[in-house]
Ligand binder design. Structure first.
Ligand code: NCD
Length: 326
């Protein structure tokens, strides 16, 4: 596993944003506080601040994305960046170009910041190791490894509704094994000193090393949901499953689906989260998704300010901000 220190400069400030692992509580809190200061930008008539003026950001999506890609683009627009968005699953890489060649060709276009989503774990680190000094890389999801901006928008959502992490019981339910979101969330929840982190999944979808991540492992949803403050549901990532890890979707819902009835086992004011895309009737009942306790759409909105926060912190560290030299 590549060292995560590559994402920090000598003074411990963010240079790249590749994963939550290896970061400090102070940096995570700074991201959350900075994001809070950006929420008001969305309420302005002109939803823009000049923080990334003159900076070119390339969004490189080698894998499909709806929420992550659009909220990154909106965040960049609201920071006044120049934006290049490429859907690389249908582009040069399909014609056999290597990741390094793609990177070098894009660098020849004077890109200052790369946002990359790729099916291979470690791809964002690879990019960060090969870009020119001063060029930043943000990980928008690499294989089964990490999805740090998603985890930070989830932490933002939790803090928004529940304030102190110390007193909270948080349950992450579903396909933990294939989930980069769950990995990043577990690192972030640990760094923020969350009272108790539970992971709930069938044995076939639980990583073998789960307990070493500082979580309580449950194979029974009803036991795991008792008295939790936050329930995070995950999609079954079938595209990453090799072989039959599950009997059927119907059977999965019967054992691990979040129904209204099961949600009553959690605290009465528990919030329900999901990074999306959600499959109604598979991991979550439709009524729960649209119900009073669901904050799933709020997560999407918070994603814009959180991504603005991370990009502005990196830009101020590297001197990119407002026409600085790159
Ligand atoms: C997640 C992802 O792509 O890792 N979605 C997202 O970014 N909002 C989770 C998933 O695909 O299930």
């Amino acid at each position: 596993m590549p060292s995560s220190n590559i994402q920090l400069d000598d003074m411990g400030r963010l240079r790249h944003f590749l994963g939550i692992e290896g970061l400090s509580q102070a940096i995570l809190t700074e991201i959350l506080d900075t994001a809070e200061s950006f929420t008001s930008v969305a309420d302005r008539t002109i939803k823009k601040v000049p923080i990334l003026r003159g900076i070119t950001v390339a969004n490189l999506f080698f894998e499909a994305s709806t929420r992550t890609r659009s909220t990154f683009e909106l965040a960049e627009q609201r920071l006044s960046a120049d934006i290049l968005s490429l859907n690389l699953s249908t582009s040069a890489t399909v014609k056999g170009e290597s990741l390094l060649d793609t990177l070098q060709n894009l660098e020849a276009m004077q890109i200052d910041m790369f946002v990359i989503r790729h099916q291979d774990s470690g791809s964002a680190h690879f990019f960060a190791q090969h870009v020119r000094p001063g060029v930043a890389v943000l990980n928008a999801g690499d294989g089964q490894h990490e999805h740090p901006t998603q985890a930070m928008l989830d932490m933002y959502t939790i803090r928004h509704y529940k304030q102190d992490f110390d007193a909270l019981r948080v349950a992450i339910v579903g396909d933990i094994l294939h989930s980069r979101v769950a990995r990043s969330q577990i690192h972030a929840l640990n760094l923020l000193n969350t009272g108790e982190i539970r992971v709930i999944a069938p044995r076939t979808l639980m990583p073998v090393e789960a307990e070493s991540l500082g979580v309580k492992v449950y194979e029974d949803l009803e036991l795991g949901l008792r008295d939790v403050d936050v329930v995070i549901m995950l999609r079954l990532q079938k595209e990453r499953m090799q072989g039959a890890l599950l009997p059927s979707e119907k059977e999965y819902f019967r054992k691990f689906g979040l129904s209204q009835e099961r949600l009553r086992l959690a605290k009465p004011d528990a919030i329900v989260m999901h990074p999306g895309p959600a499959n109604r009737g598979v991991e979550i009942e439709s009524g729960v998704m649209d119900g009073k306790q669901s904050v799933i759409l709020q997560q999407v909105s918070f994603g814009i300010s959180v991504r603005m926060a991370v990009m502005s912190m990196i830009a101020s560290q590297s001197g990119l901000q407002s026409g600085g030299e790159s």
